[in-house]
Design a protein around this ligand. Structure first.
Ligand code: HEM
Length: 320
């Protein structure tokens, strides 16, 4: 065989490998149409049932998807249990307050009975987050599917999640490392229209903020006073904290309106009004729920397309 033939063989192989690679990593809306047509209704049923019993479930599912996608891509790595030799993401500090994993387990169990070994846990999380938003009064959208589940989950990697004390440039860096821009940052922060935060997550703003100011001056005064009552300096109440906006079970644009009044919970929320680009977007989303919803959907699809896994797990808590 001539060297020319060998090199065209190699090139041919590389082209095929590349096509296969991109195909494996391309998500599609009809991914399970032939293999598991009941996937969407099954996940929705599991989310609906849990939300009826517990009003905190929707927020938990939305945050779960975000934390999954930001570490190793949306690969269900956040669902894996720690083992004797490995502390998993789930047990990393920012994830201790994640919950509602049983909603994913229930959906997976039902799907395994219908279409064994077919639906990835990562896809279930993405669908559950979408359903959580919709069932809370927010928009719905078509979720591209075909994610694979990862085999690695390391607690210390949760340090790569953005912290609530981040300023705008730290937030921008964290998002851009994942291919997300300033618009995605502002739109996705709107996820804080749902849910709750523990005192420790905003302690920095209400006690010993700076040498000359005990409280973050960008925070509305009586709002800060309330937070200080609920979360005293040496708080002993483990579950003490505050809702992220005044309608914590409704997916609306209230979060942005409150942000403009200095009534946001985290430094990272308030940071969005410290930069002209992000401030313009905050104004826009505060003024129009439609604009917020449109941007949120676009950014969710972008975030949830960060892929990473290799297999379809049989049990979401364990690698195959
Ligand atoms: C921009 C950077 C972000 C930071 C620094 C951040 C930080 C936090 C923190 C510290 C909490 C409270 C945890 C606790 O005290 O228990 C929280 C809650 C929450 N976050 Fe974020 N977050 C960010 C972005 C997002 C995104 C992109 C989403 C989803 C699209 C999201 C959805 C939520 C939800 C729904 C909750 C409430 C969880 C519950 O009630 O169980 N966050 N976030």
């Amino acid at each position: 065989m001539t060297s020319c033939n060998i090199s065209s063989l190699i090139i041919g192989f590389l082209v095929l490998a590349f096509i296969q690679f991109t195909r494996c990593n391309t998500l599609t809306s009809n991914y399970y149409d032939q293999t598991c047509p009941m996937i969407e209704s099954t996940v929705t049923a599991s989310v609906k049932k849990a939300m009826l019993n517990d009003k905190t479930v929707a927020a938990a599912l939305l945050r779960m998807h975000f934390h999954d996608c930001f570490i190793r891509g949306c690969d269900g790595s956040v669902l894996l249990n720690s083992t004797g030799t490995n502390q998993a993401e789930k047990d990393g500090p920012p994830n201790i307050s994640l919950h509602a994993f049983y909603v994913i387990d229930n959906a997976k169990k039902a799907l395994e009975a219908m279409c064994p070994g077919t639906v990835s846990c990562a896809d279930i999380v993405a669908l559950a987050a979408r359903d959580a938003v919709h069932l809370s009064g927010g928009p719905t959208w078509i979720v591209p599917k075909g994610r694979k589940d990862g085999r690695i989950s390391i607690a210390s990697e949760t340090r790569q999640l953005p912290a609530p004390t981040f300023n705008i440039s730290q937030l921008q860096q964290s998002f851009s490392q994942r291919g997300l821009d300033m618009k995605d940052l502002v739109a996705l922060s709107g996820g804080h229209t749902l849910g709750f935060a523990h005192c420790s997550s905003f302690q920095n703003r209400i006690h010993n903020f700076a040498t000359t100011q005990d409280v973050d001056p960008s925070m509305h005064q009586s709002f800060a006073a309330n937070l200080r009552r609920v979360c005293p300096m040496h708080n002993q109440v483990r579950n003490a904290g505050a809702n992220l906006d005044s309608t914590p079970t409704t997916f609306d644009n209230r979060y942005y309106k409150l942000l403009l009044e200095g009534k946001s919970i985290f430094t990272s929320d308030q940071a969005l009004v410290t930069n002209p680009t992000t401030k313009t977007l905050v104004d826009k989303f505060a003024n129009s729920r439609e604009e917020f919803e449109k941007a949120f959907v676009e950014s969710m699809i972008k975030m949830s397309s960060i892929t990473g896994g290799q297999e379809v797990r049989l049990n979401c808590r364990f690698v195959n």
